[in-house]
Write a protein that binds this ligand. Structure first.
Ligand code: NDP
Length: 234
């Protein structure tokens, strides 16, 4: 498969790129700063590294998304899977009165509008694949079942992404797409922190495994599945 992964410079996105390359896929890894990312990716063994192409991609920058799409257009490329992984966690520990609207807007820009814009830009290339997939990395922090008080920006932006995914699934599944909203587990990354119980390498392997599954994947009632099989009604 040819897989596009956003936010691949570190954390889960990086591990997704490495795991997918290790399983024989070709990766277009979107990073905000290619030079910086190169120093990390260049430490991979040569065979893995050869399967990963680093491309500058900032999901809040329309020009960057357009440049990425025109690169694909020039190559007459097809894309088998888009993994919307890039996200930010902003403005924690605030109740509604002290919540900073800029944190809310920034969270929506990256965590919601970023995936929306990527999907719109890449649909023409996904449509060329025989079994296209869109995997939106969401979070149980955005599920109804796990809603906690306060901490609005991240959770509500992820709730919007999960709901978008379900609507998208309804629209695109009849056209042969697989659409998933995933909670990757609480994992040890810059965002998840050192205390997280989950290993991002393991999570990445499971997520790539989901993309490889032959459809129709049994997307459960609410279209929200985790690699561990945990299903969260939202
Ligand atoms: P990290 O904070 O460790 O990494 C975030 C990644 O997103 C970085 O590569 C960062 O790039 C990139 N990024 C941020 N903004 C943009 C942007 N505008 N354009 C492109 N890339 C961007 O997060 P994780 O790896 O932990 O999270 C990955 C995904 O998993 C996210 O969607 C997150 O919400 C989700 N998730 C994570 C959990 C966890 O426990 N870690 C739990 C539940 C969900 P840069 O290096 O340039 O900053």
């Amino acid at each position: 498969m040819r897989i596009v992964i956003t936010g691949a410079s570190r954390g889960l996105g990086y591990e997704l790129a490495v795991a997918a390359a290790g399983r024989g896929h070709q990766i277009l890894a979107g990073v905000r700063n290619r030079q910086e990312a190169e120093s990390r990716f260049d430490r991979l063994d040569a065979k893995l590294r050869a399967s990963i192409e680093l491309v500058e991609l900032d999901v809040v920058d329309d020009a960057s998304i357009e440049a990425f799409a025109s690169l694909l257009h020039d190559r007459e490329a097809s894309i088998d899977a888009l993994v919307n992984n890039a996200a930010i966690l902003r403005g924690r520990d605030h109740g509604i009165e002290s919540m900073d609207l800029q944190d809310l807007a920034a969270s929506f820009d990256t965590n919601f509008f970023g995936p929306v814009k990527m999907i719109q830009a890449l649909l023409p290339f996904l449509r060329k694949a025989s079994l296209p997939s869109i995997m939106n990395i969401s979070s149980d922090a955005g599920s109804y079942a796990s809603a906690s008080g306060g901490d609005y920006p991240y959770g509500v932006s992820k709730a919007a992404l999960t709901y978008l995914s379900e609507k998208l699934r309804k629209e695109l599944e009849p056209q042969g797409f697989q659409v998933l909203a995933i909670h990757p587990g609480w994992i040890r990354t810059d965002m998840g922190g050192d205390q997280a119980p989950g290993d991002p390498v393991q999570s990445a392997e499971q997520l790539i495994g989901l993309l490889e599954r032959v459809r129709p994947l049994k997307v459960k009632k609410y279209g929200f599945v985790s690699p561990a099989g945990l299903e969260l009604p939202i």
